[in-house]
Every structure is written in structure tokens, then in C-alpha cells.
Design a protein around this ligand. Structure first.
Ligand SMILES: C[S@@+](CC[C@H](N)C(=O)[O-])C[C@H]1O[C@@H](n2cnc3c(N)ncnc32)[C@H](O)[C@@H]1O
Length: 410
């Protein structure tokens, strides 16, 4: 990973991120946490809900949660144009999405330079620009052009209002909102240059899923890879974030495969370009063993007011999950990291090792999935998503068949 190496730092301004190399999902910086904390009252002030509707907020959040998950089929295309559902999104889903973003973005290599364009597809209430503003202070003095696309005009307008309220009058970022259906085609920004970064957050699960039709999904992923590539500059990057569910992870795996074919290999979380060892496919022989690439992290450091809101809505949140892919051209062979693996699972007890009481974690690397085995606290201390250097022991885990590795250093 080059996350902390300022290659071309003079060209690219936003790279000095105080995150240890190899760490994904660092805890929130104090000022980012304060910014998130301050956003909730700002949401209340910018989008006041009359007292008589306020009592229904918990119920509306629960209903929107249902429509976004188990009852997708009942959701209309313009659900965010319905005021109670938009309020539920602004008061609950937006802050939680911003929290996830503020945990993820500081650990990603997102080089942006003055004048760069960022296209955010399915932007909703501008969650990406607001999240970037909150957690990448080093970008606050750089002029950036955001083009935020969504089919819900109400969500875009709400986002514009909120961004103006949080960014303040001296913000050098320009935000252009575009009310459109992205499946009808989108033209490249400007006449010549494309976007330095194309993002799509929590969008594709609204577009793509007929989970039984894997070849249809693959075709869709290949079309989207071509679409995303067409919007970006030659060295542009793509960031796709989805809920950490098997169908969403499956889509990301297929998109990754398609982007590799277009010479846009994964930069994170993958450490390699080989087929994904967590393909989220359930063969009938291995129904219970299907594994999908996703990350879960605790939410202890989320603002207390956000936790209170979740409890009131009956959806307490101790852990946040997501699947994601950052892709783009590789710049140097140093980024290939052949013996580096990324921690994928939480710790669990495994046999073997001293007194047969070792801890294990599943990890993902060039060799596919492996079982990292060792003693506490070495194995348990690494946060999910951390990159580690490992040594292969030559053993095989009898349960999963994965090769066993031990920790050789950060
Ligand atoms: C779950 S919201 C995510 C919003 C925001 N990106 C976030 O992460 O908070 C999904 C958004 O995608 C938009 N969307 C869904 N299908 C779309 C399409 N075909 N064209 C444009 N926007 C679409 C919806 O209107 C909604 O705002």
C-alpha cells in the first residue's frame, strides 16, 4: 500500500494522512467525531420536523430500513421524494453512512488535486462530499468540483442545503447536482477531462439485484465497469461502497473482475488481482460455508446522539458493516505486496499452537484465503482490514482447507 507514501505529492495535494500504513478503519479522529456530533443538530435545524411528525420518526426509520432491506420489492423508485422517508434518511441513514465513511476514507489512498472532478453516482443527500469534508480536512482548502447525480431531486436538494450549512461560505468546493436516472446514460464532465474519482455509495444494491441470476449480474457488472471507466480520466479511481451483505459483496466481486479486465485493478481492500477467494457464491455442496468479502467494525466511537436515535428506532447498532472496492491504475510494482494479507474476520478460537489454545482470523491475500493462527494478543489486536505480513507454515486448516499462516510483522 502506498497510503502514506507521498509519491507525486506536489501534483497531488491530499495525501498526508496520519493513518498507520496498512490500517483500514482507523478510529475517528477527535475533530472528525466532533464534526459528526455537530452535524446532527445541524440536520435538525436545517430540516426541522414539526413536533406532531417527530413522534413518528422512529417508526419512519424502521419502515425505511425495512424498505431498504427485506422489503425492497415494495419500495418505489422515488422513495426519497416522500417527505417522511426523506426525513428518516436524513436523520438516521445519512449520519450512519457518514460515520462509516469517516471510518473508511482516511485509510484509503484518494489522491485529489486542485481542480479535480469527482462524480458521485446515486448521491442522495450528498453523503460522499459531506463525509469527505468531515474527515479529510487536508482537502478543505483545495478547489474540487463535485458532480452529484441522483434520480431523487428532493434528496439532492436536501444535500445541497446541508452541505452549504456545514461547509460554510468560504468552502472552495463546487457542487453541481444533476437530477437524472444513471441507467439512461451520463455524459463525461467538461469537454475533455474525465473525473479523478468516480464514487457510488449504496447505489448498486438499488439497481442490480436479482440474486438468483448470476450471469445477469455479471453482465450488469461488466456494463457498469465500462460505464465507470468512461467517466474517469486515464488515471482516475473508482470507489464503490455497498452494505456488507452477500448479494452486495457478490456484485463488488463481479465489478472487481470486470475492472481488472479493463486494466483498473483493485487498490483496496484486495492485495492482489487473482480471483477473489471470497466470491459470495453458495454452491449447493457448500451452502453453509459461503464466504463473502465484507468488513465489520465496532461503533463505540460514534456520536452518543446517533446511538440514542438508533435505540429509539429499535435498531441499536453495535457494529457497522460494509463491502467496498477502490480500483484504479497501479502506479508501482511496490504496490503489489506479494506476502501481505488483509485481516478479514473477527478472532475465533482454533486448535493447534501452544497448549492447543490458539486464536485464528481469516485473512485474504494473493494466495487466496488463509487462516492466520497465533497466540493472543498478537492475533486478536489487529482491527479487521489491517494489512499484515505473514509466513506460510505449510499446514492446512482441516475445517476450511485454507493454508495456515503466522504473523511475521505489520
Ligand atoms: C441508499 S441511497 C444512497 C445515497 C448515498 N449515496 C448514501 O450512501 O447515503 C441510494 C440512492 O441511489 C439513488 N438511485 C437509485 N437508482 C438510481 C438511478 N437509476 N439513477 C440515479 N439515482 C439512483 C436513489 O435515489 C438514492 O438516493
Amino acid at each position: 500500500m502506498t497510503r502514506t507514501e507521498p509519491s507525486g505529492a506536489d501534483r497531488r495535494a491530499g495525501r498526508a494522512i496520519p493513518v498507520p500504513p496498512g490500517q483500514l478503519f482507523p478510529g475517528l479522529e477527535e475533530r472528525t467525531r466532533n464534526g459528526l456530533e455537530a452535524l446532527l443538530p445541524l440536520i435538525e435545524k436545517t430540516f426541522p420536523i414539526p413536533a406532531r411528525f417527530r413522534r413518528a420518526l422512529g417508526k419512519d426509520v424502521a419502515e425505511l430500513s425495512r424498505l431498504l432491506t427485506s422489503a425492497r420489492g415494495e419500495r418505489s423508485l422515488s422513495y426519497l421524494n416522500r417527505p417522511p422517508l426523506l426525513s428518516a434518511y436524513l436523520y438516521y441513514f445519512l449520519p450512519w453512512n457518514l460515520y462509516r465513511l469517516c471510518r473508511l476514507l482516511p485509510g484509503l489512498d484518494l489522491p485529489l488535486a486542485p481542480g479535480d472532478t469527482i462524480i458521485d453516482l446515486g448521491s442522495g443527500p450528498l453523503s460522499f462530499p459531506i463525509g469527505l469534508w468531515l474527515c479529510r480536512r487536508d482537502l478543505r482548502s483545495i478547489p474540487l468540483n463535485f458532480r452529484c447525480l441522483d434520480r431523487s431531486k428532493g434528496a439532492l436538494e436536501a444535500g445541497k442545503k446541508l452541505f452549504a450549512a456545514s461547509g460554510g461560505p468560504s468552502c472552495p468546493w463546487t457542487i453541481t447536482t444533476i437530477h437524472c436516472d444513471i441507467t439512461q446514460g451520463v455524459s463525461r464532465p467538461g469537454q475533455t477531462r474525465g473525473a479523478a474519482l468516480v464514487t457510488a455509495l449504496n447505489l448498486y444494491n438499488e439497481l442490480s439485484f436479482s440474486p438468483g441470476d448470476d450471469s445477469g449480474q455479471r453482465r450488469f457488472a461488466h456494463n457498469q465497469a465500462a460505464f465507470l471507466t468512461g467517466l474517469a480520466t486515464g488515471d482516475g479511481r473508482f470507489l464503490v461502497i455497498e452494505p456488507g451483505t452477500p448479494p452486495s459483496s457478490r456484485f463488488i466481486t463481479l465489478l472487481r473482475e470486470a475492472l481488472i479486465k479493463l486494466d483498473r485493478p483493485p487498490l483496496s481492500p484486495c492485495t492482489h488481482c487473482l480471483p477473489c477467494p471470497f466470491p459470495a457464491v453458495r454452491s449447493s455442496a457448500a451452502r453453509r460455508d459461503a464466504k463473502w468479502c465484507h468488513f465489520a467494525f465496532d461503533t463505540e466511537d460514534a456520536p452518543a446522539s446517533l446511538h440514542r436515535l438508533s435505540t429509539a428506532a429499535g435498531i441499536p447498532k453495535e457494529r457497522a458493516t460494509l463491502s467496498f472496492l477502490l480500483a484504479g491504475p497501479r502506479h508501482s510494482p511496490a504496490e503489489q505486496q506479494s506476502r501481505t494479507v488483509r485481516v478479514i474476520s473477527s478472532p475465533f478460537p482454533v486448535g493447534g499452537g501452544a497448549e492447543g489454545r490458539s486464536q485464528g482470523r481469516y485473512v485474504c491475500g494473493e494466495q487466496g484465503m488463509a487462516l492466520l493462527r497465533g497466540e493472543e494478543p498478537l492475533i486478536t489486536a489487529a482491527d479487521p482490514g489491517t494489512l499484515l505480513t505473514v509466513t506460510f507454515t505449510g499446514e492446512q486448516d482441516p475445517k476450511s482447507g485454507a493454508p495456515v499462516v503466522t504473523h511475521a510483522g505489520p
